[in-house]
Design a binder for this molecule. Structure first.
Ligand SMILES: [Fe+2]
Length: 332
């Protein structure tokens, strides 16, 4: 019998692989204001709240996200996810003790999601007794998790079905926009009261994926607007590339800016996104335009544009990995 997972899953941590640990430390600690911790020669951990780790960077050549870690309320919810994955023939692997320690969790399991994206699941995070040493007012996490990820895909229907079928994600709203002359569709999914934990972005046909990395951006929520403005100024002064200066999205109304991480995907730091109230009616709106105002692109150089076009065209020659979750409907 299918039990609902809505409200029981949240973004827990993000694991990155990079050769640029020094740059990441400067970016995360001095730029964004997170607490950095060197974990030996080859890894770096960041703390922003009660959890020991929210962002982990291990040394390696990928310059990309290696896994998205999702926190699940309890063992019963985890068992339900495992049941659904098993129905779909998706294999789960238990992570090693050393890898669990690295991630700051007690235990985790791992499987390969859409687009070959490794997805990890855990119930209990390690929570040290000390308070996190972060700049300003800190970060907003709690029951709705550490923020959101935006993922580009050439298979948006399959990606949406995956998040809806496996995690009971619900559509918050849609945005349509023409970016760089290409018509884009964005679907925003909430897994809990956070307006979205996952955003799925795709080009309207022909389907292309101009993004090299597994996510377009990771969003973190700052407690105060001043923290967003201060971080923008610090990142700019430290020489990190600002992708979009401060602006506001029409749907979650978050005020945010986007900065390019040392690994090439972007980090969005925002303030006060709206929640999707669960006890009141919610109208699913289709918005026109990704931003109400601002978000002025600062790094749209000719070279960057050409790189994107090249990657978009190249992506059409490859098949993107999808997961078939239809079995869940046949065996509810
Ligand atoms: Fe975002």
């Amino acid at each position: 019998m299918k039990t609902s997972l809505f409200g029981r899953v949240r973004l827990g941590y993000v694991l990155v692989e990079s050769e640029k640990l020094d740059q990441w430390e400067r970016f995360g600690a001095e730029g964004l204001g997170m607490q950095a911790e060197r974990l030996g020669e080859h890894a770096l951990g960041f703390r922003i709240d009660a959890h020991l780790r929210r962002l982990i960077v291990t040394r390696g050549p990928a310059e990309d996200v290696q896994a998205l870690g999702w926190q699940v309320d309890d063992e019963a919810a985890l068992a339900e996810i495992e049941r659904r994955l098993a129905l779909c023939g998706i294999a789960l692997h238990t992570g090693s003790e050393a890898d669990a320690i690295l991630r700051g969790v007690l235990r985790f399991v791992r499987f390969t999601g859409p687009k070959g994206q490794p997805i990890e699941l855990f119930v209990h995070a390690r929570t040290p007794p000390s308070a996190p040493r972060v700049r300003g007012g800190g970060f907003v996490t709690g029951a709705s998790g550490m923020g959101h990820v935006a993922i580009t895909t050439r298979e948006p229907e399959a990606a949406l079905a995956f998040w809806q079928d496996i995690f009971d994600a619900r559509v918050s709203d849609y945005i349509e926009d023409k970016l760089d002359g290409v018509q884009m569709d964005f679907t925003f999914l909430h897994l809990n009261e956070r307006h979205h934990s996952v955003a799925i972005a795709s080009t309207r046909k022909p389907r292309m994926d101009p993004i090299r990395t597994r996510i377009h951006h990771l969003n973190l929520q700052a407690a105060e607007f001043d923290d967003v403005a201060d971080a923008l100024l610090r990142c700019r002064q430290l020489g990190f590339e600002i992708a979009n200066s401060i602006g506001q999205h029409p749907n979650d109304r978050e005020l945010s800016f986007y900065v390019v991480t040392p690994s090439g995907f972007e980090m969005e730091l925002g303030w006060r996104p709206c929640l999707v109230p669960q006890d009141q009616p919610w109208t699913t709106t289709v918005y026109q335009g990704i931003s109400r105002w601002g978000h002025f692109p600062e790094n749209l150089t000719r070279a960057n544009k050409l790189r994107r076009v090249g990657r978009a065209l190249l992506s059409m020659t490859r098949t993107e990995q999808t997961l078939n979750t239809r079995a869940i409907h046949e065996h509810p």
